[in-house]
Design a protein around this ligand. Structure first.
Ligand code: ATP
Ligand code: MG
Length: 449
């Protein structure tokens, strides 16, 4: 404990600049004000007008400097949550441990937090040094010191258009170096999730992890086990949807963070075709993220776990169970097993099951059930999933395309497609010309008469 205390003290000493922060004018950081959310600017202006300090902070500043489009805009201020709330018409205080304010402007929420003091040894930590309580307000400088990486500790003042930089973050960002603020080992102990974050930012920014920041990860990977599973889920989801998911997964493997943490990745990669399937799923996700499209976590996790579900499904079927029942049992057991480590939210679990169950229904559909399937909210996702399986050569691509055509068609065309399917499955061959065109599109597994 004493060793930790001294280490903590020394790291703080070195991480606290003595000459104050650098203030970089516009030409040194290159942020164009027009790329900044006008609502975030508004929050800063209102707070500054009242005499408070207020800056845009974190991921948005980092992304703007390297020319990426920020996901969202956060503000940091020395006003307390109550003071912030009083200044805006639509603002609510959220969070129990550390309160912050959501200032709402239509669809956009500006998360506004009060400068926080860094973790100190007086604070409650668990036996590994993980912070359990951190709810002290602090100064601007302290707020910068408690952030994770130098490139995440940048503050943009939209009024003066300066970036305030306590830890040479702009320099690291320009050199593409992910560097922990303070002593990396202590900071990982405080919050092991920072190990995942280091990998994510390196992949996302095409950066390297500074050796001193990288080195402890190999040793400290097991600490991830102490992180609450819901928090882990949030961080893993961010990792898989950062637009460079496969790089992240490879990095996780390289530093040994996949084991125990993401048993699914370990197991999947060991199965035949498992790696290829995950790669295809992640490549699709990356492409969507980079094109600015939304991605569905349910689809992603359905894909990651599919090989396990599929294998177990085959096993249960082989024991004589009805296929639909068998699929349900397989899904239940895989989800139960995997969510012990990674708390996949219930609403996502429900969607994942629907996507999987529909895979069984694709194989034994009849016209009546097809119309019913079309009404299911997850139909589109399930068809996309079938396409993914076709890409992985698990199902016939002609079959997958037929369902895709159906999903994309208007009602009249759908009726035609289903009619053609019905005619064939009744065993009355349609006219030769039509037969040729419909056969191409007919689900491969339509029942033979
Ligand atoms: P993203 O683009 O994924 O949102 P981000 O950097 O904005 O990346 P957030 O999780 O939204 O990440 O966090 C906002 C900011 O809060 C970070 O930039 C960082 O300064 C700080 N932060 C977040 N998580 C931690 C952590 N675990 N330890 C220290 N600081 C953190
Ligand atoms: Mg963010």
């Amino acid at each position: 404990m004493l060793k930790e205390t001294i280490k903590n003290f020394v790291s703080r000493l070195f991480s606290t600049p003595r000459s104050g922060p650098e203030r970089l004018p516009r030409d040194k950081h290159g942020i164009e004000r027009r790329n900044v959310s006008r609502h975030a600017i508004k929050v800063c202006e209102v707070l500054q007008h009242e005499g408070f300090a207020a800056y845009i902070v974190g991921g948005a500043v980092r992304d703007l400097i390297v020319g990426l489009e920020p996901k969202d805009f956060d503000v940091a201020t020395n006003a307390t949550p109550n003071q912030v709330r009083a200044l805006f018409r639509r603002a609510r205080i959220i969070g129990k441990r550390f309160q912050l304010v959501h200032v709402v402007f239509g669809q956009e929420i500006i998360e506004t937090s009060t400068f926080r003091a860094p973790a100190s040894v007086e604070q409650d930590t668990d036996e590994h040094g993980r912070i359990l309580r951190d709810n002290l307000f602090g100064t601007h400088e302290e707020d910068a010191a408690r952030r994770d990486f130098t490139l995440n500790a940048l503050y943009y003042d939209p009024v003066t258009e300066e970036v305030i930089d306590y830890h040479r973050g702009v320099q690291d960002l320009k050199k593409r170096i992910v560097r922990m603020i303070g002593d990396p080992e202590t900071r990982y102990r405080e919050d092991p999730v920072r190990m995942l974050r280091a990998l994510r930012f390196a992949a996302k920014l095409n950066a390297t992890i500074d050796p001193a920041t990288r080195e402890p990860i190999l040793r400290m990977a097991p600490l991830i086990e102490n992180v609450p599973s819901s928090r882990l889920f949030d961080e893993i989801l961010k990792l898989l949807t950062c637009g460079h998911a496969m790089d992240c997964v490879r990095q996780l493997q390289a530093v040994g963070l996949d084991q125990g943490l993401l048993p699914l990745i370990e197991i999947i990669f060991k199965q035949e075709g498992g790696e290829q399937f995950v790669e295809l799923a992640l490549a699709r996700t990356d492409a969507r993220v980079r094109a600015g499209k939304t991605i569905s976590p349910s689809f992603l996790f359905a894909a990651l776990l599919w090989k396990l579900v599929n294998q177990r499904w085959q096993e249960i079927c082989a024991s004589g169970e009805h296929p639909a029942q068998a699929l349900m049992q397989a899904a239940d057991s895989v989800v139960e097993e995997q969510t012990r480590k990674l708390a996949i939210q219930r609403r996502f679990q429900a969607d994942m099951r629907e996507i999987w169950f529909m895979q069984a229904r694709f194989e034994r559909a009849n016209p009546k059930t097809i119309w019913r399937m079309l009404e299911q909210p997850r139909f589109r996702a399930a068809v996309d999933f079938l396409q993914l399986r076709a890409e992985a050569r698990e199902v016939d691509s002609v079959q997958a395309q037929w369902w895709m055509d159906l999903a994309n068609a208007d009602d009249a065309t759908r009726a035609e497609l289903i009619e053609a399917y019905q005619t064939e499955s009744r065993g009355k061959p349609p006219a030769a010309r039509r037969r040729r065109s419909t056969r191409r599109r007919r689900p491969a597994s339509a029942p033979e008469a």
